[in-house]
Design a protein around this ligand. Sequence first.
Ligand code: COA
Ligand code: ADP
Length: 609
Amino acid sequence: MSRPKNEVEEEYRNPTEVKKSQIVMPCHANHRQELSVGELLKWMDSTACLSAERHAGCPCVTASVDDIHFEHTIGVGQVVIIQAKVNRAFNTSMEVGIVVSCEDLFSGRYWKVCRAFATFVTQQSTGKKVLLRPLVPRTQTEQVQHSLAAERRRMRIIHADIMKDLLTNRAFQPVEVQETEKAVPAERTRVESVELVLPPHANHQVNTFGGQIMAWMENVATIAASRLCNAHPTLRTIDMFFFRAPSHVGDRLVLKAIVNNAFKNSMEVGVCAEAYQGEEPLRHINSAFMTFEVRDSNGKPCTLPRIRPEPLDGLRRYQEAIARRKIRLDRKYIISCKQAEVPLSVPWDISNQVYLSYNNVTALKMLAARNDWMLNSEKNKVSLYTLEEKQVLGFMIQFEVDVQAQRAFQLLADLSRRVEWDPYYEWCSFVNLKVPEHKRSRGRRIQQVQGKCELIRKVDDDDSLYRVVTPSVCQGLVSNSPSSIPEGITQDFILLASRRTPCDCGDPYVIALRSVTLPTHPSVEGYNRGEVLCAGFSIHEVSNNVSKISYFNQASPEVLPYISTDIAGLSSSYYSNFCACSTFLHENRGKPNTTRYHSPSSPVETTPL
Ligand code: COA
Ligand code: ADP
């Protein structure tokens, strides 16, 4: 794989990159002598905007900002360094990556404060949008961010609808309000404030800076949070939000905040920003949800009083805050689930589906983008690469095939057809599936195992959940079976399969697989529950009729024996497998897809390999 050298990365500076360095003065700080988050948000937004405008060559406005987690506070006298660069340009919008770090001038230490992704859209004085030229990533880091930006964009565009769906379709059971005498009436935390938008709050096109609005929102949210705890709270997280409509110089911005719910050590404050001019009706500009906590003098989180919500809207927001908290916690868990940690599987449920799907595809794209893959062996242009990490072995099998990328994707994404080329499945018996005799087992020693593979759920057009049963490696397939799997026990996997078509030409088609847990499908006696952290296909269009297929797997102990003889050079079964795959793709390249795509009734199987 041709990848830019690290040296190139060191010398090169992204032309859209901008950097702001600012010493924190008392006028930027709150009562704890820490940089006010509102001030930081203004700096982040203006730095990111300059980066976006550098690429666009015209004025830009903030469309949205993804979740921000503040990992540290910054004290007076310390230096804030904000770096922003455009990760990807789409049509009229761009994703800008922002990294905030802090420097202590006395010790010379640096640390990361937060990372954020903001989307900017072009805006001409005429109000017209401008089509952006594409941004070509140069370094490996840029290529990864360019690729992941498409995935993040998908997430943020559907974010509002997904949240609305989850909250309105009763994906969460309503929780009873815990009545205690000490509960603080939510009404007591209600804040309202009005701001007149003046020229210093806006750019030269008179559009109000998004960062300024965020700072005003943070101000009212902090007041609401302080009213609950009678202390100075610390802002930990701002959920992803979207600027629904523009605001201009001369607008009156009305900001309203209230504590929606208080948990043991954290509270959710909701803020709403609306604008008006003269007699005009209010225009909804933005709504945000912020999580605050209170720390004592030793830095320990303080227990917060309960909240007594107001009826109707207050009660609804109280329930919705619980649901959002669960979503936040699930996401934290998904991110924290690392390689080689047990369990590899994360719980799947409808409330974390979108994020898990994003995570599934992102993990595969990041694995594919690694530049330390080592070529292990090559046979007739089918190459086996390996990637050794502490406790996990990754492998990649790559080959080209004379089939259109879209068609190859269609064929490989239809997991029910894998039996047509993957010999590891020839021993499984599938109801309704006619595998031609000449394609059946080529005299292996393994005995036939009843394989049961089911499509558990087609979640949406891109995602499906499968239970996959594979023969145990202990049954004679390979000699070095892992001792952890008892003799004769068959393995099963609960897999989330996420598929993506390219966002733009140059992007690959992706089929990502990872293990999840489902309460409806616990592990059962007689089956060893296998786990896959990250596996799947990435399909690149080489030319109109040629695609490059890359198959990846971060091998867990259950999977390793399938490939270890190949890696050790003792066999080349990977080669025959993927030759069979190539033949399968070739033979079916022109045919319409006859099997039903993700049909719940058709037998579906896949393999961790
Ligand atoms: N997050 C990020 N980008 C989003 C988005 C979201 N939630 N929703 C839409 N977009 C992107 C679209 O993907 C599209 O990008 P593309 O052209 O690269 O594909 C772009 O915004 C325009 O989308 P479109 O559907 O044509 O426009 P829209 O009518 O939904 O308007 C805004 C989107 C952002 C332009 C509009 O809501 C707006 O003007 N908001 C105010 C922005 C502003 O003034 N901010 C400063 C502070 S007030
Ligand atoms: P929702 O009511 O669905 O949460 P809104 O956009 O109306 O969405 O409001 C976002 C948040 O702003 C609310 O959750 C609430 O915390 C806060 N908020 C809205 N209206 C008011 C208000 N009149 N007074 C105080 N806070 C408000």
